[in-house]
Design a protein around this ligand. Sequence first.
Ligand SMILES: CC(C)(COP(=O)(O)OP(=O)(O)OC[C@H]1O[C@@H](n2cnc3c(N)ncnc32)[C@H](O)[C@@H]1OP(=O)(O)O)[C@@H](O)C(=O)NCCC(=O)NCCS
Length: 185
Amino acid sequence: MYFEPEKITSKSGRELKIAPIGPDHAEQFLDFMRQVSEDTHFMSRYGDEVGLTDKDITIEKKRQKELFEDERQGMISIFDGERIIGNIAVRNAGKGRKTTHRCSVGLAVRKEYHGEGLGTILMEYAIKFAKSAGYQYMELGVLSDNIKAQGLYQKMGFVEWGRLPEAFILDDGTRIDEITMYKKL
Ligand SMILES: CC(C)(COP(=O)(O)OP(=O)(O)OC[C@H]1O[C@@H](n2cnc3c(N)ncnc32)[C@H](O)[C@@H]1OP(=O)(O)O)[C@@H](O)C(=O)NCCC(=O)NCCS
């Protein structure tokens, strides 16, 4: 994925930048993922499971390079200065020709920037990109107690189609269902 970086403004008037990311951002992206995964239990991993060793960074660089060079996949980040503060990933939902019409997304914004309209902006860019890449459906999974994210997805036109019982079991034993949603593009 590539597009020219663009300036955006948050609800409170912060001047920010939105741009696709690539291998040069690997370390910073992992730092972002670790932080957002520490802040809530809504991400698929715990913060301490997001590795930051040289080996982890090398693996992430390779993954970011592949996504960046792929015309139908990629990561879009919002930057405050040089710092990644929000990200959305658009990826193929499947591997072969039978599922080339479906993509999946994953979204997160740093806690201190919540409620500034950035999740909405990231989703708008992802939808625009997915349409231009020829996808017909966008899919995602969201935990049943993540009411805010569900509200955002409903606002953007996503519809619930399923629920996986006890998809997550947290360290303290809490069991949480995952709701699966899709949007026709
Ligand atoms: C979910 C997340 C990405 C939203 O990002 P954000 O930048 O705060 O979102 P925005 O400010 O653009 O939008 C907030 C939207 O959430 C929805 N929302 C907010 N509070 C809500 C509530 N109490 N009930 C229902 N919907 C709510 C609304 O649709 C709102 O849009 P509006 O302000 O236009 O009405 C962010 O909270 C986050 O990163 N959370 C932690 C990680 C996470 O949960 N990721 C999603 C995993 S599926």
